[in-house]
Design a protein around this ligand. Structure first.
Ligand SMILES: Cc1cc2nc3c(=O)[nH]c(=O)nc-3n(C[C@H](O)[C@H](O)[C@H](O)COP(=O)(O)OP(=O)(O)OC[C@H]3O[C@@H](n4cnc5c(N)ncnc54)[C@H](O)[C@@H]3O)c2cc1C
Length: 451
């Protein structure tokens, strides 16, 4: 006679970024037996940290907003929220070779490149966008058409197009107005959540500290964390379940697997999906990034973000992290990021570190004449081909479902953020919604195994 035992349902999660980590935590809290697989030798993905000399900080700049309630709840669970530092930061605008502060209404009204009518229309565009609730109708309209309609030709050319190109490159032509709506909605999130003003915050120690504590929490929840496990292929297991084959030659079988990596990578590791599913995944277009981190002896201008409209500048913004985080954290130095957003197949990905350094520092020295070559202490380059999905026209209808035709295989990734921008708060929300959905899958609490 066959013996019957009750065992926990085994879940495998592919991808140890903030999405995979949050999902792992929530599934374990539902009583599932969870293993988290990460290709790199550390957790955190885009949010992970690295070193510039002896300074350890985020590989890509990160701030938390006061209105990021899901992330703040997670940080509370990790015992870190109470330590957060909140700062009111300033914003700069580099245009026509001049650096302007754009941190309040008066400075906006003084901003020379636009006349008063342009400014009123620009202000009205942002205010109007912040009031729109039905974002779906914006998905049908190209972003530049929508902005031209509300802000006029001059402001489109002088302000919006440079900003769109900065974030989307020439992919802005494929992008819908829902993108600008989501960006503005994030700017106004504080007011929507009843806060008077927005503030930027960080956990002392940056994401290195968040990830260390998060890793400890996952271990305490008995989640098995396997680093250096790049999933190579998912396939139906003999009998039932899903087999994951790893590039290191190992194999493991699970009842359910959730893939959290970017859509084209998900299509690659799940070759048994239907042709239609693979086409949908591959059809999602991504922006990538080449992002330099610089340690400088002296600050630049103390704006957290400086937007750039001059096309000769090879990077798309200047992020001065030390305008937010005390310079003592960086050994008294300034920490600056120079991001360049590019399409995922841009030839700039093949530029060497030296080439990136040469072109970025030449421009930086021209933009900030007080800066000297000898102020540059350290320069490191991060390259990521798949950062965020582009909100193409009718994006929400082109999105692949989370459930797939392969029994036990689910795909959830940042491309599923349909009405928001890419940020950790949205990522945490996505993971939590997915975990809730998985909790009500039939047969999901306990599984009867026949042995
Ligand atoms: C330049 C930049 C600035 C940002 N600024 C902010 C900010 O200010 N505030 C904010 O809240 N958010 C910010 N973000 C966004 C934030 O980093 C993301 O929302 C979040 O990190 C996404 O997490 P994820 O798990 O979805 O993706 P990822 O972090 O990309 O995680 C995916 C993981 O899967 C792993 N993987 C890939 N292939 C495989 C495989 N075959 N097998 C196993 N593992 C695999 C990867 O190594 C990676 O660790 C920024 C991002 C960037 C790039």
């Amino acid at each position: 006679m066959m013996a019957t035992t009750t065992s926990l349902e085994r879940w495998g999660i592919v991808g140890g970024g903030m999405l995979g980590m949050t999902l792992a935590l929530r599934l374990a809290q539902q009583g599932k037996d969870v293993t988290l697989f990460e290709a790199a030798d550390h957790l955190g993905g885009l949010a992970s940290a690295w070193s510039l000399r002896d300074v350890v900080w985020d590989r890509h700049y990160h701030v938390t907003l006061l209105s990021d309630t899901s992330l703040r709840s997670l940080l509370t669970e990790l015992g870190l929220e109470k330590e957060m530092q909140w700062v009111e930061t300033r914003t700069g605008f580099y245009t026509d070779g001049e650096l302007y502060s754009m941190s309040n209404t008066l400075e906006f009204l003084r901003f020379p490149p636009l006349n008063l009518i342009d400014k009123l229309r620009l202000g009205a565009t942002i205010f109007y966008a912040s009031k729109i609730r039905d974002w779906r109708r914006l998905e049908k309209i190209p972003v530049a058409d929508w902005l031209r309609r509300w802000s006029g030709d001059h402001t489109l050319e002088r302000i919006w197009l440079p900003l769109l190109r900065a974030k989307l490159g020439e992919n802005y032509t494929k992008t819908s107005a829902a993108f600008i709506w989501a960006t503005i909605a994030r700017m106004y999130a504080a007011r929507r959540t009843g806060l008077k003003k927005e503030m930027f915050g960080y956990v002392p120690g940056g994401y290195a500290r968040v990830l260390e504590r998060f890793g400890q929490k996952l271990a305490a929840e008995k989640i098995n964390i396997k680093l250096r496990h790049a999933a190579h292929r998912l396939a139906p297991a003999n009998g039932s379940g899903v087999r994951i084959e790893f590039e290191n030659g190992q194999r493991e079988t699970f009842d359910q697997v959730v893939v959290t990596v970017a859509a084209p990578l998900a299509a690659r590791i799940c070759p048994d999906l239907s042709e239609e599913e693979k086409a949908r995944l591959k059809g999602i277009e991504y922006q990538g990034i080449v992002c330099a981190s610089l340690l400088l002896k002296q600050p630049l201008a103390n704006f957290y973000v400086t937007n750039i409209t001059d096309s000769w500048v090879p990077f798309t913004a200047v992020i001065e992290m030390s305008a937010l985080v005390d310079r003592k954290t960086f050994g008294g130095n300034a920490l600056v990021y120079l991001p360049k957003y590019v399409t995922s197949d841009d030839p700039f990905f093949t530029a060497s570190d030296e080439e990136v350094k040469e072109s970025f520092t030449t421009a930086l020295l021209r933009m900030y004449p007080h800066l000297l070559q000898s102020d540059l202490l350290c320069f490191r380059v991060s390259r990521v081909r798949y950062v965020h999905a582009i909100s193409t026209l009718n994006y929400s209808q082109r999105l692949p479902a989370t459930a797939t035709s392969l029994p036990g295989v689910h795909i959830v990734n940042s491309a599923h953020i349909v009405n928001g921008t890419l940020n950790v708060n949205e990522t945490v929300q996505l993971a939590e919604k997915a975990a809730e959905k998985f909790s009500s899958l039939p047969d999901s609490l306990f599984r009867i195994r026949h042995v």
